[in-house]
Structures are given as C-alpha cells and as structure tokens.
Design a protein around this ligand. Structure first.
Ligand SMILES: Cc1cc2nc3c(=O)[nH]c(=O)nc-3n(C[C@H](O)[C@H](O)[C@H](O)COP(=O)(O)OP(=O)(O)OC[C@H]3O[C@@H](n4cnc5c(N)ncnc54)[C@H](O)[C@@H]3O)c2cc1C
Ligand code: FES
Length: 264
C-alpha cells in the first residue's frame, strides 16, 4: 500500500462515455502520465468544468487502465457528477493523479483474493482483478446492491452477486453472501478481502473479517478537497496499532486502509 510517487495534473480529453445504468457512466480519459503510474486503489481528482461551480475537484477511483487511457465509473449524485455524466466525447477536464495509496498486491500471502464491493464501490475492482489476474492470483468478486440495477458487474469475471431485495443473485447483503461462500467451501485456503463500498458496509465487513482472522483492506470514502494533503478536508478517525483513536488524512494515508483500523 505504498503512496504513489509521481503525480501528474493533466488536461485530458474525454475519449468515450458509456452509460451503464440509469445513473452511472464509465468515462474514458486520455491521460498517459497517469495511466503509466496508476495502481489499483489509486484515485484521481477531477475538475469537471472550467467554471467556478463546482469550485472543488471531485475524487474518483481508477476503474480501469487501457494503454494511455484511464476509465472512471461515475455515479450521478450531485452537481459535479452530473456534469461528468452528461459530458460528451472531445470535452476536456483537469485530472490530477494517480493519488492516494493502493491495494496491497505486491506480496501475495494468501491463496484467494475476495473482492467485496457494494454499489458504486465496485468501481476500483476491475483494475484490481486485472492486476491480480496478470500475477496469476486467484480471485472472486462478490458484488452487492440494494436491487439488481445497482449491480455494476460490467467487465468483471468470477462474480457472485447479492441484492437486498432478492431481485438478482443471493438474497441478502454482500457480507452474508461472503459468509455463505466461505461456509459452503466455495473459497478455501488463505483468504484476503479487498473491499470498497459505503462506510457502514465496510465497518461491518471489518468486524466480520476480524472475528475470523481474515486480513482485509478497505477503500474508504470521505468528502475531499485538494486530494493531496493540503486542505485537511478529508480527516477520518481510525484505530492505531495500540487500539487508540487517531485521525488521518484519507487522501494521503488512504483511501486504502487495513481493516483492523476500522473496527469499533
Ligand atoms: C477516494 C474516493 C474515491 C471515490 N470514487 C468514486 C468513484 O469511483 N465513483 C463515484 O461515482 N464516486 C466516487 N467517489 C465519491 C464521489 O467523489 C462523490 O460522489 C462526488 O464527489 C460527489 O460530487 P457531486 O458534485 O456530484 O456531489 P455534491 O453535489 O457535492 O454532493 C451530492 C451528495 O453527495 C455527497 N458527497 C459529496 N462528496 C462525496 C464523497 N467524496 N463521498 C461520498 N459522498 C459524497 C454529498 O454529501 C451529497 O449528499 C469517491 C470518493 C472518494 C473520497
Ligand atoms: S483532500 Fe485535502 S487534505 Fe485530503
């Protein structure tokens, strides 16, 4: 989970946009310097237009890297994401990245990686699974949503899904699905969980993994401003090694943290 060393600020052209649901789009950006240094779990901070509204950049996980292109998967929740989702090919945006640390995939001390995600938290999993696959590491995606239209599985392999309303896949939440997969023997050996999703889901998942001694890394979310440790807008309270509370800047020391630090 080393922080990235070379950060670029690029005016990037949008080379493709693809709606993958009623409120989610995948946006491709030509960013050679960012693509060359990106690692799974990193994010970019995007100034979505030239005007002062919205003033601040918006953070997005790197969803995929293809040659000189990075893809981001954007859920339309407000002004900035709406502008991005409605932008067209040829438009340009300012992209700062790659930012933050990354998922720990350099030392593989496990037999199977379990990529657990909920809602838009599935965004970083394609890049992560491709990196694991290139290294020959077995993995399984466990993707959850409230209902079937929340499942963002496009491009993913070896996928199990869950929905709260039972409209697709396992009927229940993604942690219950994980429990079922472990109990049924579908995943065996030394497991490691890599997760991204709503913070409440990640907190419950951290507890689940702690109780079973399964190592886990979580990609957290917070409101962000600068993305590089200057504005102090992304402070998150975690446990330190002594079990005491400490505050970190998520953009600099995260977004990926050891799950042990996120248990109550
Ligand atoms: C490291 C990181 C990676 C992220 N990756 C992705 C991604 O891959 N895809 C994606 O769609 N979103 C991602 N997000 C969340 C995304 O940045 C926010 O949804 C976005 O900034 C909202 O901007 P807006 O102008 O559309 O919304 P606003 O109009 O600013 O706010 C609309 C609503 O979204 C909430 N919101 C604003 N910022 C955030 C935030 N950072 N996190 C959670 N809620 C927020 C507000 O509280 C409000 O309820 C990520 C956030 C972080 C911190
Ligand atoms: S977003 Fe500015 S310090 Fe983290």
């Amino acid at each position: 989970m080393n922080p990235t060393s070379s950060i670029a600020d690029i005016r990037a052209h949008i080379t493709d946009t693809c709606s993958i649901g009623s409120d989610v789009s995948v946006i491709s950006l030509e960013c050679p310097a960012i693509a060359a240094n990106a690692r799974p779990g990193n994010f970019v901070n995007v100034k979505v237009n030239e005007s002062s509204q919205p003033l601040l950049r918006r953070p997005f996980c790197i969803h995929d890297v293809r040659g000189n292109t990075i893809d981001i998967m954007v859920k339309n929740v407000g002004k900035g994401t709406n502008l991005l989702c409605e932008s067209t090919c040829g438009a340009s945006v300012l992209v700062l990245g790659p930012l933050g640390n990354s998922f720990g995939v350099d030392t593989v001390e496990f037999d199977t990686a379990l990529l657990v995600s909920g809602g838009i938290g599935t965004a970083p999993m394609l890049f992560l699974e491709k990196t694991l696959a290139a290294r020959g590491v077995p993995f399984m995606n466990l993707v959850g949503g409230r209902t079937r239209t929340d499942l963002l599985t496009r491009g993913l392999s070896n996928c199990r899904t869950s929905t709260d309303d039972g409209s697709e896949g396992f009927h229940g939440n993604v942690i219950e699905l994980l429990k079922q997969q472990i109990q049924s023997g579908s995943v065996t050996g030394r497991l490691k969980v890599f997760a991204c999703g709503p913070n409440a889901m990640l907190k419950a998942l951290a507890r689940f993994c702690k109780e079973r001694n399964i190592p886990c890394e979580l990609s957290l979310e917070s409101i962000m401003g600068c993305g590089v440790g200057i504005c102090y807008g992304c402070m998150v309270e975690l446990n330190n090694a002594d079990g005491e509370k400490e505050t970190i800047l998520l953009c600099r020391e995260g977004p990926v943290i050891d799950g042990q630090r996120f248990t109550a």
